[in-house]
Structures are given as structure tokens and as C-alpha cells.
Design a protein around this ligand. Sequence first.
Ligand SMILES: NC(=O)c1ccc[n+]([C@@H]2O[C@H](COP(=O)([O-])OP(=O)(O)OC[C@H]3O[C@@H](n4cnc5c(N)ncnc54)[C@H](OP(=O)(O)O)[C@@H]3O)[C@@H](O)[C@H]2O)c1
Length: 323
Amino acid sequence: MGLLAFFAILVPTVLNIALALEAPTTSLNDGNKIPILALGTYGGNGDTMRQTINWAVEAGYRHIDTASLYGNEEDIGRGIADVIGKGLVKREDLFVTTKLWNDKHARNQVVPALKESLSRLGLSYVDLYLIHFPISSEADGSDGYIDYLETWQGMEDAKRQGLAKSIGVSNFNSAQIKRIIDSSQIPPAVNQIEIHPAHTREALVTKCHNMGVAVMAYSPFGFLVPRASSAAPPPQADDPALVKIAQKYGKTTNQIVLRYLIERSVIPVPKSTNKDRLKANIDVFDFTLTPEEVATISKFNVNKSVFGDDDSSKNHPYYPYTE
Ligand SMILES: NC(=O)c1ccc[n+]([C@@H]2O[C@H](COP(=O)([O-])OP(=O)(O)OC[C@H]3O[C@@H](n4cnc5c(N)ncnc54)[C@H](OP(=O)(O)O)[C@@H]3O)[C@@H](O)[C@H]2O)c1
């Protein structure tokens, strides 16, 4: 083979390897490492979800976010078995997050609930187990009153038994996290909350970081994508300020919003089941935003949740949305 032909084969091969993008990792307060971008999976089910996991891992995703509530742990488990079976990754290369639902908040329900999730996922441990929401629920779906400190003891049991490498919370406010830290043996490693340009949560993010708690950002695209809730505040995907930044870096406005979150040291959890959008959403590690650009995007904040203003639990003692 001539030298030219040899390079004609070698160069695309090397490029292909380089094209599979992996998110960098950061350290949690328990010493474990977490990839700084995760695949969201809410709403993806069946063969679509299984296929999505295959595409995502091929594209470089190593962190998968699910929950018992999403009803897709089995499909995700099949996808994980596929990618491990194909030799794309080993179990230890993946970071799998799942969550405890509100109807299993008694201490003695936590480990059994996690074991059920593990059985559906086909795994012997998860990398991160989160309390999905601070308010428990009764069998009929009404609010319960189990103290989340009791639930946290069950989470500690799960970590001590090696069923979850790291444990954390989701949708908690800073006072609730401080209360756990002050009265427990293991502090939460993560708080997963809604964050996007229309709901920037700066005070809560700063307080979490100051307590050593990493923050994951769910619904990271905010109102750039269609939402069920009625009035969508700016920014939307064609917002001129976002478009200007996107053009500067040769990226889409969705990619700019993901990078904005990374600049703020929060871990975005973008969901897609579309092969091209999956690839685009992890292609955010070859540029950085300036502090001025981050500030420009933060100015969109109007404290608006994509889930509407459901205040049905507002008077509950463990209602979290107070900051
Ligand atoms: N802890 C909690 O209480 C909680 C609550 C909500 C969500 N979450 C987690 O966070 C994840 C993300 O939140 P989310 O699903 O609400 O919202 P999201 O990731 O902000 O938005 C998902 C939507 O954006 C679309 N999309 C994805 N990439 C796109 C792109 N590059 N360009 C244009 N559209 C794009 C998706 O459609 P396609 O799939 O068709 O691409 C989907 O409709 C969830 O999946 C879940 O894992 C956690």
C-alpha cells in the first residue's frame, strides 16, 4: 500500500475516534467522579429508549438520568446491556442515576425500592440515587408527612450496602439540604433542580455549591423547546441575543444554553431521543462563553418553571420551592 493510501485510511479512522465526544468529569463530595453532562430520559420508553441509549453511548454520553417514576428503567437497562455487550463501554465507564419516588419514603422502603430499580436496570449498583422530591405521598397520591430526614437514613443504608455509590436529592431547597447535613452522617452529593435561562436559580445554586453539593440542571432548554405550560417567556430558540452568541461560536442556541449551564458549574441533563440532537447536545466542549455572555443569558431570568405554577402543596411543611 502506498503512503498516501495508508493515510487516506488512517486519518478518517482517527477523526472518527476523536468525533465521539465525552463529557469531562468533576468530583463529588464523596470522592466519586460524575460526568458534567447527562442524558435526560423522561418521556422516552420502549424500543425508542433502548435505541436512544445505544446512540447516546456511541455519541459519547456516559451519564444517564432516569427515575422509577419514568417507567423506562427496563428499556434503559436493555440499552445498557447492548452497549456493554457490543464492547463499547464497561459498566464502570457509565454513570447511572435513578430516583426514589414519593410513595417509598419510609426508611425501610428505600433499599427495597432501589433493589427494584436495580433489577429493572439489570445492574448491581447505581452511581447516584436521588430522593426525587422532599414531600412523600400516600397510596392515593395525596401528600404524606414522612420526614425526609427519615428517608435520608434509608438513602444512607443504600450507600453503605454498596447499592448506590453516591446519594443525593432532587427538588430540595437549601434549608432542607442544610437540615440533612446538620443531622446526618453522609451529606447529599447532588441536588437536581430545574435550571434554564428563564429560571436561573442563582441563589440556590450558590448555596448548594457552598455546602459542597453538586447541582444537576433538569429541563435545561427551558422555553427554547415547546412546553405544555401556557405563556412561554423569552428566550425561545430564535432569540436575537442567543442567536448572536450562537453565530459567534458556530453553534445552535440550544448548545449555547447547555454551555451556559456548564459555565455556571451545573450539570445539564438534556433529553433527546433523536440521533442528531443527541449528538448536538454533547457537542459543547470545544468552546467557552465569556463572563459577559453568561451574564447576558442570566438576565433572562423571570423565575418561571416550565411545569407551570403548581402550588397545590404550598402549605406543606416540606414544600421546597421557596427560593
Ligand atoms: N428531578 C426532576 O424532578 C426532573 C424533572 C424533570 C426532568 N428531569 C430530568 O431532566 C431531563 C430533561 O428535562 P426535560 O426532558 O424536561 O427537558 P429538556 O431536556 O430541557 O427538553 C427536552 C425537549 O427538547 C427537545 N430537544 C432536545 N434536544 C434538542 C435540540 N438540540 N434542539 C431542539 N430541541 C431539542 C426534545 O425533543 P427530542 O427528544 O425530540 O429531541 C424534548 O422535547 C428529563 O428527561 C429527566 O431526565 C428531572
